[in-house]
Design a protein around this ligand. Structure first.
Ligand code: HEM
Length: 445
């Protein structure tokens, strides 16, 4: 028998307060939803009903079901500023054939062979920056990681080598991310969602910050074309080659700018925040730190990868992902009508005691000798919309942690767990992931 939404539990808070809680008190919001079980419906001011699912069988149905009925791009337009910030030609706001075309074109640059070519650069950037970090005093690790992942993404995506232009790109991207991650833009986003997804495009500071990044991208494009310099191993060179093979119609300069902004914004802060959470968790578990140091000293990656997987499980920077239902869609026993949204709740899937015994305990050993489950470990979403940069981010986190631990160590702390903070749509350590770094102990050498 098939039921409608009336059969589902819903939080006992009115839609305006629930929306405020979602944005401003994400931990409370998630706890409230967790109590409602496998399926629930969330009604937030300005949004269509959002059906939250946490059971792996439902997650699988959403990720592998008919994607012409479930649209990420259209869903994001209602719920998040992606189209405004990343542009209307960005892969993330497209659906169906247009999305698949971009996906096919981009996938090789984030596949295994491409990743190998990025690894040495990731380690080099980590070493360069970590030699400037303060030791033996508390420091906000989130900030250090934002600087580092920005350098890595500028090098691999933009491939800017000319130092003066690299400096200007860095400044321009920082300004853009500063606007998007700031409290003013959070308030603007809350209002836009509450008004039914009306993202007023006249946000002056945002426009200026985007134009500065695009201007530098255009400059780099012109310089590469002038030098006929299309064989470099970065994503920009690859996009130029695509343009060259298929003519300007294949990918306009505007589309290249949207794509570069997408990769920069989607790829850098998410990875920095994940790294910050992972280290925030590890420094509260001295035995994990000891194991990490020992395994890095042995030249092994398995434990590092397990710490990354467990950190991303217990602290997911994206609390949920979503799809807008555009054709009737059925989950086992539940009919969803066009206009509704369905959201695999990443953070709550990761808290299921039937999948993860003692789900709130940080225990990387869970992931030793076993691969994270496709529908039970979903920090990168899933199906045909699974994060394009997932393998890139996992490699980057492994390389960054490994490289740091080859020379330095994280000191354990007895400080309380950091609260969940918010930077627009992502969840970040509420105090910036305060850690103390020191020189590595000889014993671990
Ligand atoms: C730890 C870091 C990251 C996390 C947690 C993360 C998370 C996500 C999530 C949850 C989605 C939506 C997936 C879905 O709905 O099924 C997504 C999509 C996406 N991510 Fe990431 N991401 C990360 C890093 C990156 C990196 C490094 C890049 C690129 C350089 C990137 C580029 C993208 C793109 C282009 C999409 C849209 C894919 C599509 O629409 O087909 N992300 N990411």
């Amino acid at each position: 028998m098939t039921h409608g939404l009336a059969s589902l539990p819903t939080p006992s808070l009115n839609s305006a307060l629930l929306a405020a809680e979602y944005w401003l008190r994400p931990a409370r919001f998630l706890d409230r939803c967790e109590q409602l079980g496998d399926r629930f419906v969330v009604r937030m001011l300005g949004l269509p009903p959002l059906v939250g699912v946490t059971a792996p069988v439902d997650v699988r149905a959403v990720f592998t079901g008919d994607q012409t009925a479930l649209h990420l791009g259209e869903g994001l337009k209602k719920m998040a500023p992606h189209e405004l910030v990343l542009g209307s030609t960005s892969i993330i706001v497209k659906d169906d054939a247009a999305h698949l075309q971009d996906r096919r074109m981009l996938t090789p640059y984030f596949g295994a062979a491409a990743l190998m070519s990025y690894e040495a650069g990731m380690a080099r950037k980590t070493r360069e920056l970590m030699h400037t970090w303060p030791l033996d005093e508390p420091v906000a690790f989130q900030r250090l990681m934002m600087q580092l992942t920005l350098e890595i993404i500028i090098a691999t995506v933009f491939g800017v080598t000319e130092p003066e232009r690299a400096r200007r790109v860095r400044e321009a991207v920082l300004r853009l991310v500063g606007v998007v991650g700031g409290p003013g833009f959070l308030a603007f986003s809350m209002l836009a969602v509450a008004r039914g997804g009306r993202w007023n495009s006249s946000h002056r500071r945002l426009r200026a910050a985007m134009a500065a990044v695009d201007g530098l991208a255009q400059e780099e494009l012109a310089a590469r074309r002038a030098a006929a310099d299309l064989e470099r191993p970065d994503v920009l060179a690859a996009l130029l080659r695509v343009q060259g093979e298929h003519g300007d119609a294949a990918m306009s300069d505007l589309a290249i700018c949207d794509l570069l902004r997408t990769l920069l914004i989607a790829g850098y802060e998410t990875t920095a925040s994940s790294l910050a959470w992972i280290v925030e968790r590890a420094t509260r578990h001295p035995h994990v730190l000891a194991q990490l140091e020992a395994s890095v000293a042995r030249g092994e990656d398995e434990y590092v990868d397990a710490v990354v997987a467990e950190g991303m499980r217990v602290r997911s920077v994206a609390p949920f992902t979503l799809r807008l239902v555009v054709k009737p869609f059925e989950l086992e026993g539940l009919r969803l009508e066009p206009g509704m949204m369905i959201a695999p709740f990443i953070a709550l899937v990761h808290r299921r005691p039937d999948v993860y015994p003692d789900p709130h305990v940080f225990r990387p050993e869970r992931f030793l000798g076993t691969k994270p489950g496709m529908y039970t470990w979903i920090p990168f979403g899933g199906g045909v919309r699974r994060c394009l940069g997932g393998p890139f981010a996992l490699l980057e986190m492994r390389v960054v942690l490994r490289t740091i631990l080859q020379e330095l160590r994280f000191l354990p702390t007895r400080e309380a767990d950091e609260p969940l903070g918010r930077r627009n749509v992502t969840i970040v350590p509420g105090k910036g992931a305060i850690v103390t770094l020191g020189r590595r102990l000889r014993a671990a050498a």
